[in-house]
Design a binder for this molecule. Structure first.
Ligand code: FAD
Ligand code: NAD
Length: 477
């Protein structure tokens, strides 16, 4: 006899496991199918917990501590000898963090009465799901509702096929057992900058080969300009307009050939990371007669409520349009579960935060100045630097600035952009303000604690109207 469930979730990443938990909280019977084996063990948590957000942040934190100790403490009057780094220990700590979190998710599913089936799921016609375990016979599950949450995987390029642990994707770049002398990174996007920073801080000479002529085009122009300046000063050699034409591996090294406006070049590296974006995982996810349609870019086609082309089937996370971010996947999962349970639910796609966890961090929410103008807004903007902020100076961590973009006619906040210490946390001030439809004046009228980094947020809001206090600005109103 086949199993049945109110909800079958295919994929146990942040989108899938949050959907499963919320559906169970709402009293539905839930099966979550996840096939991932991480280091030989079945694991929930998807890309995010196993090979994405969490392990990359563990290495970013370890490498930041090492780099700070190496270069940053003499000014504070703190000196010591004998600083050493043990990469296998660093990797072991990262693995422990991953293990703790993925085990925790397994506990949460169990505690919520959710059945985790270890193996692959495929949606068939009529909301039937075929489950194929890692070992043993396939079985059919009858589902009232299905949530597709199979995530994404790295894009591979013909010019740089992966080779053992020399030419690697982001997963391989989390596992280097020693610091490469010379590290190449194809792609100057989020992964390139974060993982490039990890290995650069630990001593690698890092060259980033970015195909576009402009740097970090998704960010506000003022932010990307500052980011390029800061990352270059930190030692990342960012080569823009670099089109990789081929790679050759010899004697544990890789030669990369590329062209740019100055002609053809070649560079030799000990390791090469290919980080040119990710694509949705759709192979084997749905049968040909399932009725599910894909969009022109290969994502599962959904509406604003993540409803796919078959009634009762939802798709969420990296598998569907929108930014490939864990928090976006999570909120979509919760929304899908609530809709299935008959609740009203929606998701504000205009306010999805982006954070790049370099140091300083880069974070933004809402519209860039360029985008706001192209959407027809009469824009006013203001920014304020961490350079003169008391707390940032006290910590000797004062690069970057906060920028606000607002509508000149209505005073409404349209976007907040930060490059600076704690940007990934401070950006939530902008998120909350914008969710509540705040004006610039609302922020100007608030009393921010002193001395805090957040005072820069206050000053940036004041500077929109030319009235920041710790800068020479002519007060206009
Ligand atoms: P996934 O996390 O990819 O999970 C999907 C799961 O489905 C996988 O475990 C897969 O095994 C399983 N699956 C697929 N097909 C099937 C099937 N047919 N049957 C059963 N199981 C299946 N995002 C952030 O927001 N912040 C960050 O700091 C961040 N850092 C990142 C760092 C790196 C190096 C990478 C690679 C990504 C990072 N991301 C980050 C992106 C983030 O990991 C993804 O956006 C997020 O994991 C997407 O969640 P998801 O649930 O849609 O898919
Ligand atoms: P990305 O889209 O951020 O950057 C890819 C970069 O590679 C782009 O700048 C692109 O112009 C460049 N590129 C593409 N093809 C190229 C080529 N042939 N040669 C040279 N450059 C090329 O993608 P990513 O860095 O691989 O990250 C994948 C996804 O994972 C992103 O969507 C991101 O949102 C997510 N992620 C998020 C975080 C975070 O939130 N902090 C961290 C890591 C990854």
């Amino acid at each position: 006899m086949s199993q049945r469930a109110d909800v079958v979730v295919i994929g146990g990443g942040p989108g899938g496991y949050e959907a499963a938990i919320r559906a169970a909280q709402l009293g539905l019977s839930v099966i979550c199918i996840e096939r991932r084996l991480h280091k030989g063990k079945p694991a929930l948590g998807g890309t995010c917990l196993n090979v994405g957000c969490i392990p990359s942040k563990a290495l970013l934190d370890s490498s930041h501590k090492y780099h700070d100790l190496k270069a940053g403490y003499e000014k504070h009057g703190i000196q010591f000898d004998g600083l050493k780094i043990d990469i296998p220990d660093m990797l072991a700590r990262k693995d422990k963090v991953v293990d703790q979190l993925t085990t925790g998710i397994a506990g949460l599913l169990k505690g919520n009465g959710i059945t985790w089936l270890q193996g692959s799921g495929q949606l068939l016609a009529g909301k039937r799901v075929e489950f194929t375990p890692h070992e043993g016979e396939a079985e059919i599950i009858e589902a009232e509702h299905v949530i597709l949450a199979s995530g994404s995987k790295p894009i591979e390029i013909n010019a740089a096929p992966l080779v053992d642990d020399i030419v690697v994707d982001s997963t391989g770049a989390l596992e280097f057992t020693e610091v490469p002398k010379r590290l190449g990174v194809i792609g100057g996007g989020v992964i390139g900058l974060e993982l490039g920073s990890v290995w650069s801080r630990l001593g690698a000479e890092v060259v980033v080969l970015e195909a576009m002529n402009d740097f970090l085009t998704i960010a506000d122009k003022a932010i990307s300009k500052e980011a390029k300046k800061i990352f270059t000063k930190q030692g990342l050699n960012i080569r823009l307009g670099a089109r990789v034409t081929g790679t050759e591996v010899n004697d544990q090294q890789v030669t990369v050939t590329f062209t740019d406006d100055n002609g053809e070049h070649s560079e030799v590296f000990d390791k090469l990371i290919v980080a040119v974006g990710r694509r949705p995982v759709t192979t084997g996810l749905v049968s040909a007669d399932s009725g599910i349609t894909l969009d022109e870019r290969g994502f599962v086609h959904v509406d604003d409520h993540c409803r796919a082309s078959v009634p009762g089937v939802y798709a969420i996370g990296d598998l569907v349009r929108g930014p490939m971010l864990a928090h976006k996947a999570m909120e979509e999962g919760v929304m899908a579960a609530e809709l299935i349970a008959g609740h009203h639910a929606q998701f504000n796609y205009d306010l999805v935060i982006s954070v790049i966890y370099t140091h300083p961090e880069v974070a933004w929410v809402g519209l860039t100045e360029e985008r706001a103008k192209s959407e027809g807004y009469e824009v006013k903007a203001g920014q304020f630097a961490f350079a003169v902020n008391g707390r940032a100076l006290a910590a000797d961590d004062n690069a970057g600035f906060v920028k606000f973009v607002a509508c000149a006619k209505t005073d409404r906040l349209l976007g907040m952009h930060i490059i600076g210490p704690g940007a990934g946390d401070m950006i939530h001030q902008g998120l909350i303000a914008m969710e509540f439809g705040s004006s610039v004046e609302d922020l100007q009228l608030m009393c921010f604690a002193h001395p805090t980094l957040s005072e820069v947020v206050h000053e940036a809001a004041l500077s929109v109207d030319g009235r920041a206090i710790h800068a020479i600005q002519r007060k206009r109103k």
